[in-house]
Design a protein. Structure first.
Length: 278
């Protein structure tokens, strides 16, 4: 029987220790019976020795070098584009380099893929490093990440930490939308999948660790000076208003997109007023 082919996709920037730890965890799961696994990693202009360390310790990794202006979404787009042009893969696995996968990760994802006849997107939930809470994974319509319960849970969209995308989904959706630079591409991909009838499930077990980012971003934190809030608002990893508008216009509607376009600026300029609203 011919092996199936799986491409693991990452994009990294100046988190050498986390990147190496992530790859160590991943390669402990390999080889995977019945699958040939290749790793594609976008080096988005690292200056801390990350690509050199990866090349030395994991020479089998395909490293794509960039200039530091891609951020997460466009970095993942680049890795995915390279993989898809290299080989006809049966699956693509998104993996964040700050996510440390558990021993069950690949086994659970593949079993879920087979259960869904290799047509659905399967997402892995992560938990905090102290195991106290679920942090990322599939998202229900109201935005909550459901707690894994041993069964597949149908979700509305997802975070991009651990995501298995079968060829059947990729052939319809294609790559991430490079309009987005950083954090909105994963939500957009899931919502695009939903629109065309591609199911999304969260796997029944927790598949890794990843601590949640601060709940109050700098761009809307009243303890941060206005000039810094404004700068962070417009950074790709802040809350760039045009990208937010594009996402919401596409998936929620023009009226909501226009409303939120205004309220983003209100939150940035008057965070105390926003936080104290009734």
């Amino acid at each position: 029987m011919t092996d199936k082919h799986l491409a693991v996709l990452l994009t990294v920037f100046n988190r050498k220790d986390k990147t190496i730890s992530c790859l160590n965890r991943l390669y402990k799961l390999l080889p995977l019976d019945g699958y040939q696994v290749d790793v594609y990693l976008t080096d988005d202009g690292c200056t801390d020795g990350t690509p050199e360390a990866v090349a030395e310790q994991f020479p089998q990794v395909n490293i794509i070098h960039a200039k530091g202006d891609l951020f997460w979404n466009r970095g993942m787009w680049t890795a995915w584009d390279t993989a898809a042009k290299t080989k006809d893969y049966d699956f693509y696995l998104w993996l964040n380099d700050d996510t440390f996968v558990y021993d069950n990760m690949l086994k659970v994802l593949i079993e879920a893929a087979l259960e869904t006849k290799e047509k659905a997107i399967v997402v892995g939930a992560t938990e905090s490093t102290d195991h106290s809470k679920i942090t990322y994974g599939g998202r229900l319509k109201e935005g909550k990440v459901p707690t894994p319960n041993g069964r597949l849970i149908k979700v509305n969209h997802f975070n991009g930490n651990i995501v298995l995308i079968p060829q059947a989904a990729y052939s319809v959706l294609g790559n991430l939308d490079p309009y987005f630079t950083h954090s909105k591409g994963d939500f957009d991909y899931g919502l695009r999948a939903k629109k065309v009838g591609i199911d999304i499930y969260q796997a029944g077990e927790v598949l890794g660790e990843c601590d949640a980012h601060p709940t109050l971003d700098k761009w809307c934190n009243p303890d941060v000076p206005l000039a810094q809030r404004w700068k962070m608002l417009n950074r790709p990893n802040g809350m760039p208003p045009k990208e937010t508008f594009h996402l919401e216009k596409r998936h929620v509607g023009l009226v909501t997109a226009c409303l939120h376009y205004v309220t983003i600026y209100v939150r940035c300029l008057c965070p105390k007023l926003w936080n104290n609203r009734k």
